[in-house]
Structures are given as C-alpha cells and as structure tokens.
Design a protein around this ligand. Structure first.
Ligand code: GAL
Ligand code: CA
Length: 345
C-alpha cells in the first residue's frame, strides 16, 4: 500500500513537472494549455483533500477549445515557508494562474509579491486573507464561504434538536451543558463558528452552560484526545458537543467509543462540512446534524474564475461580492435530507 502510494505520488509529480516544462512547445503550436498551479496548506486535512478532488474534477469539466487546463497540486504540509518555495517553483515553471490555500492566512505577502512580479493572478480559497492583504493588488480573488452563516446554521440545528428531544438535557436542570471542539486558532472558521452557534442557540431560547473547550486544529485524532480529557474531567455531565468541523466531531465520538460508553450516556454531536465520513455518521445517527461546506460549488467557482482569467470569457456569469470575493452558501444537513447529499457524492 505504502509503495503504491509512493509510486502514485512519484507519477503525479512527474506528470506535473512534464506538463509545466512542456508549455513552451505547446505555445508555438498555438493551442497552449493554461497552467494552473494549486498550493494547499495540508492535504492530510480531510475536507481540503475532498475539496481538491472537486477542483481537479471541475477544471477537467470546463475543458473546451478556449480553455484547457493542466493542473499541478503542491502540498505545503503545514509550513508557510514550504508553500512560498512551492509557489516560486510553480511560477518559475511558467504557471499562468495560482490557486492558493494559504498555510498562514495572515502571511500572504511573499506569495503576492512573487505572483505580481510575473503578473500571475491569484485565487485564494478556503483560508481567507485579511482585507488589507486582499487590497495589495487588483488581481487577487477569494473563493470560500461565510463563517458566520455556518455557525448560525449549526446553532439552529442544535436548537431544533434540543427542543424536539427533551432527553438531551440528561440531568433535567433546564440547561444544556456543552463543550466545543475548536479548529485552528486564528482561522476564520473557528472562533466565528463557535460564537455564532452559541449566540443562535441562546437567541432560540436554549439555556446553556459551557463546561469546557478543546483546540483540535480540524483533526480527528487531536479531537479524540481533547475529548478524552474533557470526559475525564466532566464524566457524564456533557450533553452537547459543538464541533467546528466534522472530523473533530468524529474524533469526539471516537473518544466515547474508546471508553465503551453506551448510547444513552452520549451527548449529541454537531459538525460542519458534510465530508464523506460526516455524512455517514449522520446516516448512522451518530451525529445529529452538520452544515454543508459546498465543496462542489466552491470548486466550480474556482474553475470558472480561472477560465475567465485565462480566456477573458465568462466574467458576466460570475457573481462577486465586495469586488473580488465569491461566497458559496452553507446548507443544513440532518437525517431527513442526508440521502440527497450521499447520492450527490
Ligand atoms: C474549514 C473546514 C475545516 C478545515 C479548514 C481548513 O472551512 O471546515 O474542516 O478543512 O477549512 O482551512
Ligand atoms: Ca442539563
């Protein structure tokens, strides 16, 4: 398995380099493919890896005479320094458009400078640069979703479940004792999601008591550890788990499984993303709800924008907010509609 993976990685690498090295010759023939360089923050992140698959697929679907793309993907493996070097390499190899999922969303300056030098536009995605940085140059775009909305929808889902199922308040004290599994500090989708979920629950009339929180950086294994610590401290007092993403909600569930806790002793779990595993957990009623982070929609927007940048066509079909931002809406998922999403996969 490991060898196979290595072989696949090697092949992908060679194909990428070949595609880039070959672009000069193709240009002479007059049918030059657009070289799209994608740099992601960490391909081990489950949602990011699913999103990248969608982007590659959408770029392929757009293929027509006026736009043929060769896509090269680089994985920054959690280091901004590595990502900067990868961008330099992509630009050196003749890439025409960059799609960047920053490692450090507050540190895009080096990448912007490198791209501007070669007049290569950048589509940032998923990790939103701060407004000031987006204003550094006119060829910077962002494709993502509104963090606030995902928090509000998660709060609504949780409020509805609590009203429908009084047994969620296991100790019958009229309050919901909850914990939060949080994503990376500083990420637009961590603290904003938490604040809006909690505020929405309150405005829906749910009385809350926060027991604790654990930072788990979007990661399932880290979330399992944080959850084990919180269960150690609060035993069976935890009634609700709000997780900033599905991977961490599943990690929280792993902790209870490890301790062999029975169904009746479990809190209700809510996630965000609607990853393949997240959707399965909803279907199996292990997770009560999630919020769909529309990877297909975001991928489609990135591909359309790349095409418009490369060919000059299709600008009128693209809806921008604040000039150069594209936000795709989040959607609620529960047992009632999960099948639609599983079918769509
Ligand atoms: C969020 C997503 C998380 C994680 C993060 C990475 O939008 O919900 O699961 O992938 O992006 O930046
Ligand atoms: Ca209670």
């Amino acid at each position: 398995m490991k060898n196979l993976k290595l072989l696949a990685a090697g092949l992908a690498f060679c194909m990428g380099i070949q595609g880039l090295a070959g672009c000069g010759e193709e240009e002479d023939a007059g049918s030059r493919r657009t070289q799209v360089g994608i740099a992601c923050y960490d391909r081990n992140d489950i949602y990011i890896s699913e999103l990248l698959d969608c982007i590659e697929e959408e770029m392929g679907l757009l293929e027509e005479e006026s736009f043929q793309a060769s896509v090269t993907v680089r994985d920054g493996a959690g280091s901004q320094k590595i990502q900067n070097d990868q961008v330099e390499e992509l630009l050196g190899a003749g890439c025409d458009i960059l799609c960047i999922n920053l490692v450090d969303r507050a540190d895009p300056s080096e990448i912007i400078d490198l791209a501007r030098e070669k007049d290569v536009p950048i589509i940032f995605f998923n990790r939103e640069p701060v407004t000031e940085d987006m204003g550094q140059w006119e060829k910077l775009y962002y494709v993502g979703a509104d963090a606030r909305q995902s928090g509000i929808l998660q709060g609504k889902l949780a409020a509805a479940a609590i009203k429908e199922n009084p047994q969620i308040d296991r100790n019958k004290d009229g309050k919901i004792q909850y914990v939060v599994l949080e994503g990376e500090p500083g990420h637009q989708d961590a603290i904003i999601r938490t604040e809006n979920a909690v505020e929405t629950l309150r405005s829906e009339g749910v009385e809350l008591e926060k027991l604790s929180y654990g930072i788990a950086n979007w990661n399932r294994a880290q979330a399992e550890n944080r959850m084990l610590q919180m269960i150690g401290q609060y035993q069976n007092q935890i009634e609700l788990v709000l997780a900033n993403n599905d991977a961490m909600a599943l990690g929280g569930l792993d902790a209870y499984r490890k301790l062999n806790r029975t169904e009746s002793g479990l809190p209700v779990f809510f996630g965000i993303d609607g990853t393949r595993e997240g959707l399965e957990a909803i279907q199996e009623e292990k997770m009560a709800g999630t919020v769909y982070n529309d990877k297909e929609g975001q991928a489609k927007a990135i591909a359309k924008l790349a095409k418009a940048l490369a060919t000059g066509d299709g600008w009128s079909e693209i809806e921008f907010e604040q000039g150069n931002y594209i936000y795709l809406p989040y959607r609620e998922i529960t047992l009632d509609n999960v099948e639609d999403y599983i079918k769509a996969e």
